[in-house]
Design a binder for this molecule. Structure first.
Ligand code: C2E
Ligand code: MG
Ligand code: MG
Length: 467
């Protein structure tokens, strides 16, 4: 009972959890959770029914359904989308085929109908594996269609030992027919509306570019003395109807459609223009500005020339520009990456590795690349004081940075205790809500001015409490 109530509680919590995912992903997550619930409920009802009849082979199938429902729930909870989908679809396909052959075999009196579910499952696969390679997405859908055709056009039956009585199956064939066709209609409707929502997002992003609806917010980066030494430029979308839209809601989509290239160019140009504006103001003239560069943008053959052209055009010191790359970028085609980085580094541009620790960059790559800074991902900082492995990872990254001659910056510092600990283990720079959230230009400038007026040494948050 307690297990069931905690399961339901978790389900409701997950259902209500705010989710910044892209259009469609949130809905898929909810649909997967709903499917888990259906699997557990249907598996339990059938399990009880068949165990009363002593048909243990079928009960085993029901237990598989229930276990699958729980496992998919856990995987979804942990954001392991691919594993959740693979498990869900493999089990559902096997169970539907098994039920068709064992419980619902063809007879002259009643046609079989359970195989009809393979049609909505094929459409669901097209939705669930949308972000996966084509062979996987269409492979699962075609497998369902192939099995559907095979079962619809044959009367083959391995055994009639578990077959339900014909009168039950006759009613069942109507129920299964209506239920499966209903599911098919709903899924086709969602698939279609998803496509149009995505194209609306596409169109809106293009309008946003044309009509300059993007803006940059700036999040301060501080050193050990409390001095603001730089900022990270973070894009926001001032949507005419939706208000301020955070990057998590459109950057991923822009990456898949390629729109990230013009968006990224706009961000880079805007950041360099801002550095130009600041260079005449003594308070801001030394600030560095970090810009997030997406993989597609950096892979562009014109990226280096374009960046150098912008630097020259605005006449800024290239040292003040820092390009943030992610680990996914540095694991592919390292030679091309190295060549481009070296060209920019030769002109003074600096590089940092964003979200460090979340990807799979190899140490040998790390050693070869001309990186200035490792940015320790927020996920490690948030539980650095409570989780032993985060604690060790953060220590190791800082030591690694030092050994490789790079500086380290901790992202997502939210409390004085986190800051004190990070300082005590040698972290040099900090960024996070404890100091400042990303702010619009005027607010950021006011923050820097205020920090300056306070005087660096008297900076309260950076006073190191004894640890
Ligand atoms: P990121 O580059 O790792 O940026 C840091 C994110 O962590 C920002 O979210 C920032 O607001 C958030 N953050 C910083 N300190 C704290 C903290 O103390 N607590 C919490 N809870 N969050 C904190 P934001 O602005 O929503 O950006 C999310 C991601 O979107 C960025 O992660 C970056 O990957 C991407 N992004 C943002 N702007 C751009 C851009 O111009 N180009 C590209 N390609 N990606 C961008
Ligand atoms: Mg970043
Ligand atoms: Mg980051």
């Amino acid at each position: 009972m307690t297990v069931l109530s905690s399961f339901l509680k978790q389900l409701i919590k997950l259902w209500l959890a705010p989710d910044l995912a892209l259009v469609g992903q949130r809905r898929e997550r909810r649909m997967r959770l709903l499917t888990c619930l259906v699997l557990v409920v249907v598996g339990s009802i059938w399990g009880v029914f068949f165990s009363l009849r002593g048909e243990w082979g079928v009960v085993l199938m029901d237990v598989t359904l229930i276990s699958c429902g729980i496992a998919v729930f856990v995987l979804t909870w942990r954001n392991k989308v691919r594993s959740a989908n693979l498990l869900l679809f493999s089990v559902i396909i096997v169970v539907v085929v098994g039920m068709t052959l064992l419980l619902d075999p063809y007879s002259a009196e009643a046609p079989r109908a359970t195989h009809l579910y393979l049609l909505p499952i094929a459409v669901a696969a097209l939705m669930a594996f949308r972000e996966e390679p084509t062979w996987l997405r269409y492979g699962v859908a075609l497998l369902c269609l192939g099995l559907f055709i095979a079962l619809a056009s044959s009367t083959w039956t391995p055994t009639r030992a578990y077959s339900l009585p014909d009168d039950v199956r006759l009613v069942g064939s109507w129920v299964q027919g209506v239920a499966s066709m209903g599911m098919l209609m709903v899924l086709l409707h969602i698939l279609q509306s998803d496509v149009s929502e995505r194209s609306v997002l596409d169109r809106d992003l293009q309008v946003a570019l044309r009509e300059q609806q993007f803006e940059l917010h700036y999040q301060a980066q501080l050193d050990n003395t409390g001095r603001v030494v730089g900022a990270e430029a973070l894009i926001r979308w001032q949507h005419p109807q939706r208000g301020l839209v955070p990057p998590a809601e459109f950057i991923g989509h822009a990456e898949t459609t390629g729109l990230i290239i013009p968006i990224g160019q706009w961000v880079l140009a805007q950041a360099i223009r801002q550095l130009h504006v600041w260079q005449d103001n003594p308070l801001f003239a030394d600030l560095g500005l970090a810009v997030n560069i997406s993989q597609k943008q950096f892979r562009q053959s014109t990226f280096v020339d374009e960046t150098l052209r912008l630097i020259d055009e605005q006449g800024i010191a290239a040292q003040r520009l820092e390009l943030e790359l992610t680990e996914t970028l540095i694991v592919q085609d390292v030679d091309d990456l190295l060549r481009k980085m070296n060209e920019l580094v030769a002109r003074g541009v600096r590089f940092s590795l964003d979200d460090f620790g979340t990807g799979f960059s190899s140490l040998s790559h790390l050693k070869r690349l001309p990186l200035n800074t490792l940015k320790i991902d927020r996920s490690f900082i948030s539980d650095v004081l409570t989780d032993n492995s985060s604690h060790s990872i953060v220590r190791t990254v800082i030591a690694l940075g030092h050994n490789l001659g790079m500086s380290t910056i901790a992202e997502g510092v939210e409390t004085a205790a986190q800051l004190a600990f990070l300082q005590s283990i040698g972290c040099e720079q900090f960024q996070g809500y404890y100091f400042s959230k990303p702010l619009p230009l005027e607010a950021f400038e006011a923050y820097v001015t205020q920090q300056h007026a306070k005087g660096f040494t008297a900076h309260a948050p950076l006073h190191i409490p004894s640890v």
